[in-house]
Design a binder for this molecule. Sequence first.
Ligand SMILES: [Zn+2]
Length: 132
Amino acid sequence: MVKICTKCNEVSPGGFRCDTCGGVLIHTSDARAQNLPDAVWKQQRVDYGARRGMIVRFLAIFAGFFVMVIGVRNSVGFDRPWSFIGAGASLAAGVALWWVIYVAAGRAVRIWVLRRGQLQKRKLARALLARR
Ligand SMILES: [Zn+2]
């Protein structure tokens, strides 16, 4: 459950008081939170997007490493020179997988940040229409 500080607009993963300034935390769904400037929301989305991208990139290292290890292990069973070729190909595949996820994560962050902005505007418009 994400809460937002009414004083410094810092988000917190819960609680009643802000860790940064001691201000009162409110739910992001709170009416007062909706009155916070758009720039705050945009900044939070960028922060979350960047953090998410970093996690994906971190996992990409493991995914690439996993492919390398499995590939090299399987290549050992082949006769020479295929064992060397297989091991080399596995290393290349691991690096390629890491790179693909790394690039995709960067794009996903941009799309995610933009899409969230559009969704929120649409949701806000619907909420406004429903009240009338
Ligand atoms: Zn605060």
